[in-house]
Design a protein around this ligand. Structure first.
Ligand SMILES: NC(=O)c1ccc[n+]([C@@H]2O[C@H](COP(=O)([O-])OP(=O)(O)OC[C@H]3O[C@@H](n4cnc5c(N)ncnc54)[C@H](O)[C@@H]3O)[C@@H](O)[C@H]2O)c1
Length: 368
């Protein structure tokens, strides 16, 4: 692996490589393809046929250009000197070793969430980032959704004041993606580490990234993966297999932070009930709902009022969110701006998620 210095802003597009050619890779690749400051150099997957298919698909978009190369491992991709920055889009158990190798080669890594399964894996990435010329950006794509960006502007201007309470909910009826997602030894867990980490991160980011001090969590596995439900489409692992499942159906937690702020989270893959997505923030000067639709709450002239921003979408909007995330990573890999989601953020989320599982297993609050 060739050590590199950060790619300079020469005007030439940033050469990017994508490791993992499954479902989420498509979102990374299509967003890089729309960024004039980036050039897709290579795709790597342990399933070489899948990498080859992805490479062919994206080569076809730029007929006159050099074809996108396909590799069967991330180490081969990192030996390609034209790769200057890397998206890590593989299953959760491989994020840490691959990200560490990317950083050791001096490149920046956009690491899909969850950044890691365990605190030790997360700490390895933090150490590798500290020693590298490259940066980490964790794939907290919901931060980049236009509704979240608008709310961040309001929050940073002080409209919410100190946020002392938050509620985050993502309840799916039949949303277990199967395959490796449903294998705890590979994924690290179910809806909590998968979708819960998005909502946990969002709330934490808006709360000002406080340090968690205590976690009380619960999990349940009464319904299984509801693989019998065929009337609803679901996100599916590239290797969907309905017969295996060792992760929780439902998880929740109360997280207490330094300074007294509290977060209440609940998430599910399987549940008898209406799907729900919610993110509410309660501050000393105002409040906000980011999901299901951006709304602010305040007090004006002794009257409680709601403020409804007029924006293209008041809910999570995945296409611009991914584009913003990828565009932000290209700028961060160039050194034009700091990473908004460095490995230390991924480590904090990993500490909370693992404490929820530990608390659920022990039936007791965990002090961090
Ligand atoms: N940001 C989001 O909203 C979002 C949504 C879905 C998935 N994800 C995350 O993206 C990651 C991938 O999820 P997915 O849905 O694309 O899964 P997937 O199963 O569809 O694809 C994973 C791919 O990685 C390949 N792979 C596995 N190990 C590898 C290795 N060591 N080297 C190279 N390739 C390897 C597999 O062959 C497969 O093609 C997961 O961490 C998941 O949590 C994020």
């Amino acid at each position: 692996m060739a050590a590199q210095t950060p790619p300079a802003s020469t005007g030439a597009p940033l050469g990017v490589g994508v490791v993992g050619g499954g479902s989420i890779a498509e979102w990374h690749l299509s967003s890089y393809a729309r960024n004039p400051g980036a050039r897709i150099v290579a795709v790597a997957d342990v399933d070489l046929a899948r990498a080859t298919a992805r490479a062919a698909e994206y080569s076809a978009l730029s007929p006159g250009s050099e074809p996108v190369r396909a590799y069967g491992s991330h180490t081969e991709l990192l030996a390609d000197a034209e790769v200057e920055a890397v998206s890590v889009c593989t299953r959760n158990d491989t994020h840490s070793p691959i990200a560490v190798d990317v950083l050791a080669s001096g490149r920046s890594a956009l690491v899909e969430k969850p950044m890691a399964r365990t605190v030790a894996e997360a700490e390895a990435i933090v150490a590798a980032e500290a020693a590298s010329a490259g940066v980490v950006q964790v794939g907290y794509v919901r931060r980049w959704s236009p509704n979240a960006q608008v709310l961040k502007t309001f929050a940073d201007a002080g409209d919410l004041g100190a946020v002392y309470y938050a509620k985050a909910t993502c309840l799916r009826q039949a949303g277990n993606p199967g395959g490796w997602f449903a294998d705890r030894s590979v994924s690290g867990g179910g809806p909590l580490i998968d979708v819960g980490v998005h909502f946990l991160d969002l709330a934490w980011w808006f709360m000002g990234a406080p340090r968690a001090v205590a976690v009380s969590g619960y999990t349940s596995d009464r319904l299984g993966n509801r693989g019998n439900i065929e009337s609803l489409t679901r996100w599916k692992s590239a290797d969907y297999d309905v017969s295996r499942n060792s992760v929780e159906d439902l998880a929740g937690a109360v997280v207490r932070f330094e300074g007294g702020a509290v977060l209440h989270l609940d998430v599910s893959y399987s549940l008898h009930g209406r799907p729900q997505v919610g993110l509410a923030l309660f501050g000393e000067r105002g409040g906000a709902e980011l999901e299901p639709a951006l709304t602010l709450f305040t007090e004006q002239h002794d009257t409680i009022t709601e403020v409804v921003p007029h924006v293209d979408s008041r809910s999570f909007d995945i296409v611009p969110a991914f584009q913003n995330e990828i565009d932000g990573f290209v700028r961060a890999a160039r050194g034009l701006e700091p990473s908004v989601a460095p490995a230390t953020h991924g480590l904090e989320m990993t500490k909370i998620v693992t404490a929820v599982y530990e608390s659920a297993a022990r039936g007791a609050e965990i002090t961090l």
